[in-house]
Design a protein around this ligand. Structure first.
Ligand code: HEM
Length: 499
């Protein structure tokens, strides 16, 4: 009896002890979080900047809420914060968002030591690639290796390839339109952009345009991958884990859409060395340049998995960016009848018969077409949101306040491209004429759509070439009108790229 009583007492004693142990750990954690929140709000070096208090306390949850729970809405929330607090707002414990064109010019200027912010880029891209690499020296070498495939002079030479691809697309659209009267240009443009960029990367097109109605699994795979960008950013450990495992295991454990795309990339990359490119020089093929140790001083030929990573990033960078500009641009031009009519007039003078082939060399000289494309890029930048950079050693002075090294500064093309101090009171309107005023060449440097400086878009010449050919061909050869599409259908959100 005594034994039984003491055993009950002992059990009670132990469980009270266990509970109080848990309680103490819980309490300690609670006090720690409370003190940390207090520090972040009132004593952190960024405490003096207004913005989201939730973000200041916990950046990850803030981003998760605005970008995953409410898909792609953080950029618009940041816009609201700027409307309330002015050009600098706090959007994270150690992060500011700046909406000031002069600060943007400063941090992207030649010789700027601002680097890409590693955590962000490791979440949304592949490490060590032209886009995802954050080490300035390694990036400089990688960029030098790839530059010949994307330079303005190479693109000039490859323009016939782009012209022919779009001609093929038009023939296909013609045959679809003859039976159903309307064409879903979204998939058509994405197929075209993917076939063109795969030519530059692998020296051969994927052939996505050949698919009936342009339904190709790669396009879905790319789209799903972009949709997953903010989830990957929210759970960086999972994406790091998925990448560190062997590809066969990772594909089973993390059946990411990009894995499907990756398979094809691997097959193409592996077959690449035996390929011939006809009259085309090998130096205009990105993969060949990566495989050549002499491409740049300090270049190390990447092992197969890193080669695939780069190829995949290039394909991703060169697909939805350009095709979104085509889709949104087509819609805006058709919506603005005066723009539509003037564009047709200019093209009619430059290319007298509609059956005549459109040549990049001819249409890139057209002033109104050029103004329309710039306005499309300004109005709906394909990479609209935050591109974080890190304050270098020595700190950075912002509005008279010293920011410590390591502070993260974001800028966003969508906001910079509509800044009233540069673009005027009509900054929210689609008006190509702004690019034709006597002093409008001064505006070029404020167009943030391709970013600036050492990390400016590598595919800028290719993108321009595609946009010239697409808009010139469409508005010279066709009478276009919008079918069953409204402003609501064209509303976009920020998933790193527009979606
Ligand atoms: C309208 C079309 C395009 C737009 C608006 C655009 C925009 C951008 C922007 C804003 C960046 C900077 C990203 C960052 O800092 O994280 C970038 C980088 C890059 N883009 Fe584009 N892009 C377009 C088309 C293309 C095309 C066709 C390619 C071809 C593959 C391409 C390849 C790249 C690459 C490789 C980078 C990384 C450059 C570096 O960091 O050195 N882009 N692009």
């Amino acid at each position: 009896m005594r034994d039984a009583t003491s055993s009950v007492t002992m059990t009670l004693f132990l469980s009270i002890g266990y509970l109080s142990g848990n309680f103490i750990v819980g309490l300690a954690a609670f006090v720690f979080l409370l003190l940390r929140a207090f520090y972040r709000l009132y004593f952190h070096p960024l405490a003096r900047w207004n913005g989201s208090r939730i973000a200041a306390i916990d950046t990850a949850w803030y981003e998760f809420y605005w970008n995953v729970h409410l898909p792609g809405q953080l950029l618009f929330e940041i816009e609201k914060l700027h409307n309330i607090y002015g050009p600098v707002v706090r959007i994270g414990t150690n992060e500011l968002h700046v909406n000031d064109p002069s600060v943007y010019l400063d941090i992207t200027s030649v010789g700027s030591d601002f680097r890409k912010e590693p955590d962000f880029y490791h979440g949304i891209s592949l490490e060590g690639t032209s886009i995802g690499g954050t080490d300035p020296e390694k990036h400089r070498v990688r960029r030098q290796v790839l530059a010949p495939a994307f330079s303005a002079s190479t693109i000039q030479k490859l323009a016939p390839l782009v012209e022919n691809s779009f001609k093929k697309l038009c023939e296909k659209m013609d045959s679809i339109a003859s039976s159903v009267n309307a064409v879903n240009v979204k998939l058509a443009f994405k197929s075209f952009a993917l076939d063109v960029v795969s030519e530059i990367v692998f020296g051969q097109a994927f052939g996505v345009m050949e698919e009936p109605n342009f339904h190709h699994p790669y396009l879905d795979s790319l789209q799903d991958t972009i949709r997953g960008a903010w989830i990957a950013r929210a759970f960086p450990t999972l994406s790091t884990l998925s990448r560190s495992l062997p590809k066969s295991i990772s594909a089973v454990l993390f059946p990411l859409p990009i894995a499907q795309f990756s398979k094809v990339t691997i097959q193409l990359a592996d077959g690449n060395t035996q390929k011939t490119y006809g009259t085309r020089k090998k130096e205009s093929v990105a993969l060949e340049l990566l495989l050549d140790i002499d491409s740049a001083k300090g270049h190390i030929v990447p092992p197969p998995d890193k080669l695939h990573d780069e190829a995949m990033m290039l394909l991703t960078a060169g697909n939805d960016t350009t095709s979104n500009a085509m889709i949104l641009g087509l819609y805006e031009i058709c919506k603005h009848q005066d723009v539509h009519r003037r564009l047709e007039d200019e093209l009619r003078s430059a290319v007298p018969t509609p059956s005549q082939d459109i040549k990049y060399a001819t249409v890139k000289k057209l002033p109104y077409l050029t103004a329309v494309i710039k306005e499309v890029l300004r109005y709906a930048p394909s990479v609209p949101g935050r591109l974080p950079r890190v304050v270098p050693e020595g700190g950075y002075e912002l509005y008279g306040q010293q920011l410590p090294a390591g502070t993260i500064i974001h800028t966003s093309a969508y906001l910079l491209n509509r800044h009233p101090s540069i673009w005027g009171p009509d900054c929210k309107e689609f008006k190509p004429d702004r690019w034709l005023l006597p002093d409008s060449s001064t505006l070029d440097k404020y167009l943030a759509s391709f970013h600036r400086g050492a990390r400016q878009c590598l595919g800028i010449s290719l993108a321009w070439c595609e946009l010239y050919i697409v808009f010139a061909t469409l508005f010279r050869k066709y009478e276009i009108e919008v079918f069953n599409t409204s402003d609501a259908d064209m509303e976009w959100s920020d998933h790193l790229l527009l979606l």
